[in-house]
Design a protein around this ligand. Structure first.
Ligand code: PLP
Length: 470
């Protein structure tokens, strides 16, 4: 393809994008393909000769699109959302066009400096103190891995990278039972071992870590000759939005000099609204905080904001600087590849800039508030139905329920069948989780274009399908 022909196709892609987003609500939310269908529709061998874009685009529509689950659907109420607001999509188009690799300041000064500025805009939006700096990571999993590696290196006086863990004291990391599995994986990858990730019991309505139990676990480990290395706090857990009592957990961590990382991958976006900040009192005392603007704020996937009170700890953990990566002649520049595990980095700051400038923080706050209000309204409505149980109260816009008619024998089986039937129906999309051993169905609202009518439509779909189950 010649660049001379690009504009015709660029326009067609732009038109297609607009049409897709305007009509996506008419499609079933979850893909209806069977496993292997898309694979079998794709030729087993690559073409020897090039093909025209017309044929490629036709196959994109005929083969790819039926196999897509529509995350930009206004009735996507499953998992957490992964948004793509229009201005951030435009920014991604431009990023694709210029395709910079932003590992070092000199490989893309604008990307580096915009990342610095955007992380500071986000810091201000969350009302974190000025000493927090940050980097944009690809995912919360990467940010958490970086934090766990920092915990490990600090605890080992920076000897782990050089000497490995053999012969060192056993390191211990603490979290509640409600954290996301990315914490487990970070601990595995850091070589600390699953058995040294200590699950502290939870307590209270927010299903948060019990600080007294944390203190007891640390004391027991010290008595056993282990080395506590860090605490990972949960604000807005994946299952039902579990949230630790941040200030009380930080009291314990500080007492023992432990590095602390807060995983607010989903709920962090809501902290642009002052009225939700009581969910993380004292968070400014944490060492590291992650939230994903791509989840709820509206930034195109992928974009994970990782704040650090003292970036030197992370840089000391991850930086590696062979001659070919050195920038001579410039002092005080940031090479963000020293702040993350991968060397290569995408230009992710541009889509934050486009988004925040288009809506302003106030426009974004209003969207989040609407999601929370509408989700609570739906919760209130379902609560009045005698054959439904609310299994967890709303945490921001997330809550859970189950269908529990009197005659039902096996509620787990019934609710699994219900969530499958709802998703096969296609009007809305929900996912299940386990809560105290029971299978429950989650509801969260957070899609950028969702309306009150979209959220309230879920009531009819859920009750109608539940009552039609045999
Ligand atoms: N933490 C929480 C609370 C999450 O809900 C998720 C994903 O949904 C993650 C971490 C992992 O996020 P990522 O996909 O950005 O690694």
């Amino acid at each position: 393809m010649k660049w001379d022909d690009f504009s015709e196709w660029g326009r067609r892609v732009a038109d297609w994008t607009q049409d897709y987003h305007l009509t996506v609500g008419d499609r079933p939310v979850r893909a209806r393909t069977e496993p292997g269908e898309v694979l079998n529709a794709l030729p087993q061998t690559p073409p020897e000769d090039g093909e025209g874009m017309e044929a490629i685009f036709r196959d994109f529509e005929n083969i790819v699109m039926p196999g897509i689950t529509h995350w930009q659907h206004p009735r996507f109420f499953a998992y957490f959302t992964s948004n793509a607001a229009a201005p951030s999509v435009l920014a991604e188009f431009l990023t694709a066009a210029i395709a910079p690799q932003c590992m070092l300041w000199q490989t893309s000064p604008a990307a580096t400096e915009m990342e610095t500025r955007m992380m500071d805009w986000l810091r201000q939006a969350l009302d974190l103190p000025v000493q927090f700096q940050g980097a944009i990571q690809d995912s919360a999993s990467s940010a958490t891995l970086a934090a766990v590696l920092t915990m490990r290196e600090k605890a080992l006086n920076w000897q782990g990278n050089q000497q490995g863990l053999f012969g060192q004291k056993t390191l211990r990391i603490y979290c509640s039972s409600e954290v996301h599995t990315s914490i487990d994986r970070a601990v595995w990858v850091a070589g600390i071992g699953q058995q040294n990730l200590i699950r502290v019991p939870i307590k209270g309505d927010w299903r948060g870590m019990d600080p007294d139990a944390l203190e007891a676990a640390i004391q027991a480990d010290l008595a056993a000759g282990h080395q506590p290395a860090g605490v990972i706090l949960c604000v807005g857990g994946t299952g039902v939005g579990a949230t630790d009592p941040v200030d009380r957990v930080l009291d314990v961590a500080e007492k023992h000099g432990l590095y602390t990382h807060v995983d607010a991958a989903w709920a962090g976006s809501a902290m642009i609204c002052p009225e939700y900040r009581h969910y993380w009192p004292g968070v400014e005392r944490a060492d590291s905080i992650v939230f994903n603007p791509h989840k709820w704020l509206g930034v195109q996937f992928d974009c994970s904001a990782h704040f650090l009170k003292n970036p030197d700890d992370l840089v000391q953990t991850l930086a590696i600087s062979p001659e070919y990566l050195k920038t001579h002649g410039h002092d005080g520049i940031i090479n963000y590849s020293e702040w993350s595990v991968p060397l290569g980095r995408r230009f992710r700051a541009l889509k934050i800039w486009f988004l925040i400038r288009t809506y302003g923080l106030e426009g974004l706050r209003q969207r989040l508030r609407n999601h929370i209000t509408w989700s609570k309204q739906l919760h209130e409505k379902l609560k009045l139905e005698p054959d439904f149980q609310i299994t967890s109260a709303p945490m921001w816009s997330l809550w859970s329920f189950r269908y529990a008619p009197e005659a039902a024998a096996d509620l787990d089986d019934l609710n699994l069948r219900l969530v499958n039937a709802i998703n096969n129906d296609g009007r809305i999309y929900l996912t299940q989780t386990r809560l105290d051993g029971q299978l429950v169905i989650r509801f969260q609202a957070g899609q950028f274009e969702t309306t009150e009518a979209d959220v309230m439509m879920a009531f009819g779909v859920i009750t109608e399908i539940a009552r039609s189950l045999q």
